[in-house]
Design a protein around this ligand. Structure first.
Ligand SMILES: [Zn+2]
Length: 403
């Protein structure tokens, strides 16, 4: 046994393992951390003698969960849209906002104008807010450059965040996010002459962990997304898709046909699409922050997802337009209140199922040999994490065994 082994006791652990017990809950538990991993967890009474002879660190009866995982964010971006938010609430029409340079165009303009350092600096306060709520893994997308240089710069900034803060970052190339103004009416030309070459360049630089797209009337058609996914397949990259957010174009089914990691938003998903996702092992990423901000009324098909056994992940969708939110705890509350998900589903959505959405098999649960990414909470029962609004009960965060 090495000196850097920590034995945590006087705690309740929500392992989030699939078991007969809700939340995989173990009361009066112990967790042994060694070399950045969980070496043992279970009831303290069963603690192996090697460990029980060690100095123990009391967690004062607190709850331990897996470190949280935010599997869908656009946290790297230039500028913000607060003034546009205000204009709309003062009665400006969509056209007036657009004429004033608002909408996604304003974020693209601000992101193109930002250096890599500026993109990192503006993202870090948002990242810090996430870490303060126990987040240990963060997915970050490109998609506000819509030209090759800026798409790559966004991804470099995303990679740099993991060098600057104790957090693991996975990246998604989202060149097929919107048609930039200079290609208005020319979505096909944009895909062929900008998006796909940028994807190849970003991959060559090691910047891409997955390939994403936005399949919607206001973005790209399924056949255009398929062209991007064909290149992803050729490069050996997994895919995911913003699908069925505002209408049903069959995006989730398309994504499932490529064995997608996840289909995200999915408010307009039908049962056929749910079945295709179940068959392909595609995770549903539910994003209540965007539903709330856009004041949508079409709910994602939670009952059908349950019926077909499709894992449901939750994420902030942190972005400057439709979900200016950094709180996974609030996301959990919204999923329960707006979509009637249970608190256990909500916690699984930001742990075990979020790991599945990112195809990570070394985190999202508290179990032997997984990373020691843990969140320690000042609560007595895990339901409290989804229950409170605007209250952060995090006591401490352990990242890769380091507190
Ligand atoms: Zn998104």
């Amino acid at each position: 046994m090495t000196d850097n082994t920590q034995v945590y006791t006087d705690l309740t652990v929500a392992t989030m393992e699939v078991s007969d017990t809700a939340y995989g809950l173990i009361e009066d538990a112990a967790i042994v951390v060694s070399k950045g991993k969980v070496a043992w967890t279970g009831p303290k009474a069963d603690l192996p003698q090697d460990y029980s002879a060690q100095t123990q660190i009391s967690l004062g009866g607190r709850l331990v969960t897996p470190g949280l995982i935010d599997c869908h964010t656009h946290i790297v971006h230039g500028g913000d849209r607060a003034v546009e938010f205000e204009m709309r609430l003062n009665g400006a029409s969509y056209e007036e906002v657009a004429r004033a340079g608002g909408g996604i165009v304003s974020t693209v303009t601000a992101t193109r104008a930002a250096t890599e350092e500026a993109l990192i600096a503006s993202a870090l306060p948002r990242v810090d807010a996430m870490l303060a709520e126990g987040t240990c893994v963060l997915e970050i997308k490109s998609g506000y450059g819509l030209d090759q240089d800026t798409e790559l710069r966004m991804l470099r900034a995303a990679r740099a965040i993991a060098q600057t803060r104790p957090v693991r970052v996975t990246t998604s190339f989202l060149g097929a996010h919107a048609v930039p103004a200079e290609f208005t009416g020319g979505a096909d030309a944009y895909i062929d002459t900008v998006c796909i070459p940028a994807l190849r360049a970003a991959h060559a630089e090691g910047l891409v962990d997955a390939v994403d797209g936005f399949c919607e009337g206001i973005a790209f058609q399924p056949e255009q997304i398929a062209r991007v996914f064909d290149v992803a397949r050729e490069l050996g990259l997994p895919v995911k898709l913003h699908a069925e957010q505002l209408s049903n174009l069959g995006g989730a089914k398309l994504a499932a046909s490529y064995g997608a990691m996840s289909a995200d938003h999915i408010e307009y998903l039908d049962e056929d699409g749910v079945a295709a996702m179940a068959e392909a092992g595609t995770v549903a990423v539910v994003l209540p922050g965007a539903f709330y901000t856009l004041r949508e009324t079409q709910m994602p098909p939670i009952a059908a997802l349950r019926k077909h056994g499709v894992p449901m992940a939750l994420a902030t969708d942190c972005n400057p337009g439709s979900s200016p939110m950094t709180s996974l705890l609030l996301t959990m509350n919204m999923a329960c209140t707006l979509f009637r998900m249970t608190p256990e589903e909500a916690l699984a959505g930001v742990t075990r199922h979020a790991a599945a959405a990112l195809r990570l098999d070394d985190c999202g649960r508290v179990a032997t040999d997984l990373r020691a990414d843990l969140a320690v909470w000042n609560v007595s029962h895990p339901a409290e994490l989804a229950y409170r609004i605007g209250f952060n009960p995090l006591h401490s965060r352990i990242f890769g065994g380091q507190s």
